[in-house]
Design a protein around this ligand. Structure first.
Ligand SMILES: [Zn+2]
Length: 396
């Protein structure tokens, strides 16, 4: 049984929008047809708005879904870390699981077809395995004490086995420069490189930059205040530390798909160095989360000037009030009104799918893919972009 759906426009992502476009899907959700609607096409479901492929949420922490409305906004990175340490376990296991299940279902209904999700424990493995949404799970580690690096790696190895047993794609990954000893950063990066995928919280704040550049600032004070070691002072942007550790793995890292997440404090020097070192980098932006914690956004125009692969993530409900790709898109359009919706849509779909190695299935309307189809309503057809009232809803 073929199902034909149509709308005022269809955005294939790999080509220009199709006016009065239609899409045909077989019973497995595989795209079998795409084109312009003609008068004699019967049994077509017509929708008011535009149809886009299912989104890829390129950065989420589903297991933090119980933290909605718990955190104070605008605290900066140091304040955020204090809150996560104090509040992470403020709900019991059952409540945490119910929240994660609720938001996983909600994201799927709102059109997310694939996701890069961070896990620090096994709590969300089973629900991700059962969800119709594809998830690549990054088993994130931290630990600032040099002597604990091997035991942390041992623990995450067990978590990795659990993930494999339950049937989800997962591998260890490093967290950030401030939460890890250089030894653990190197060891966990080696494990990530072996899997072909690595996700890393990069240059999220100016506090992180000054920690690595000069060893000063709120983040440096926070760690020193808790009697914890801090990373080496490089006199260079923070990403240089990550690249140094990556080089020390001795692995074939240039061909690993690396998701650098946040990049709020990234500058040209950082971009030039990353491009000279790595081949497959996706620069993931989480605009609503960045505004929530830092009241700042990543320099997206600088990224575009350098021709970088950009993708979009929601981050978690500890630093966001929604897990919604359409709200992230609207946020970018509001702050960067000169960027075309069509370009941002590619960030929200195909670029994220490529970053997690799933572009053969997701991210664009191409025959043979199973990308899902999502309606965006209340669309502005003059400016060809969503309005503040726009919502997204999965149709296929
Ligand atoms: Zn994150």
């Amino acid at each position: 049984m073929t199902r034909r759906i149509a709308a005022h426009y269809v955005y294939p992502v790999i080509g220009a929008p199709i006016k009065n476009g239609y899409l045909e899907f077989d019973e497995n959700g595989t795209l079998t047809g795409i084109g312009t609607l003609t008068g004699e096409m019967e049994s077509t479901e017509f929708y008011n708005g535009v149809l886009v492929p299912g989104f890829t949420n390129a950065h989420c922490h589903l297991e933090l879904s119980h933290l909605l409305n718990k955190f104070q906004q605008g605290t900066g990175m140091s304040g955020f870390i204090n809150q996560i340490n104090a509040l992470r376990e403020c709900a019991g296991p059952q409540e945490r699981l119910e929240a994660a299940q609720h938001y996983l279902d909600q994201m799927y209904k709102d059109g997310v077809s694939a996701m890069a999700d961070i896990s620090n424990c096994n709590e969300t493995f089973a629900i991700k395995a059962q969800s119709p949404m594809y998830t690549r799970t990054f088993l994130e580690v931290f630990g600032t004490l040099k002597e604990e690096a091997l035991s942390v790696l041992d623990e995450v190895g067990k978590l990795h086995q659990e993930a494999q047993k339950i049937g989800i794609d997962a591998a260890p990954t490093p967290h950030s420069p401030y939460t890890m000893s250089p030894e653990l950063l190197t060891l966990s990066s080696a494990a990530a490189v072996a899997s072909g995928y690595l996700s890393y919280h990069n240059q999220e704040s100016d506090e992180e930059e000054s920690l690595l550049k000069t060893g000063t600032g709120a983040l440096a004070d926070n760690y020193k205040g808790r009697g914890l070691p801090t990373p080496p002072v490089l006199g260079k942007p923070a990403v240089f530390h990550f690249l140094n550790c990556l080089k020390k793995t001795g692995k074939r890292y240039p061909n690993t798909s690396i998701l650098l997440v946040h990049n709020v404090a990234t500058d040209q020097e950082s971009i030039t160095e990353v491009q000279a070192t790595l081949n497959k980098v996706t620069w993931v932006t989480c605009p609503l989360s960045n505004l929530f914690i830092h009241r700042q956004l990543a320099p997206l125009d600088l990224f575009r000037k350098n021709g970088l692969n950009i993708a979009i993530g929601t981050d978690s409900l500890s630093s966001n009030t929604v897990l919604s790709m359409i709200e992230e898109i609207k946020c970018i359009l509001n702050h960067f009104p000169h960027i075309a919706f069509e370009e941002i849509l590619q960030w929200a779909t195909l670029n994220g799918a490529r970053a997690i190695g799933k572009e053969a299935q997701f991210g664009s309307f191409e025959i043979g893919k199973q990308p899902g189809a999502v309606l965006i309503d209340h669309f502005d057809f003059e400016q060809m972009k969503p309005t503040q009232a726009s919502q997204s809803k999965r149709i296929v």
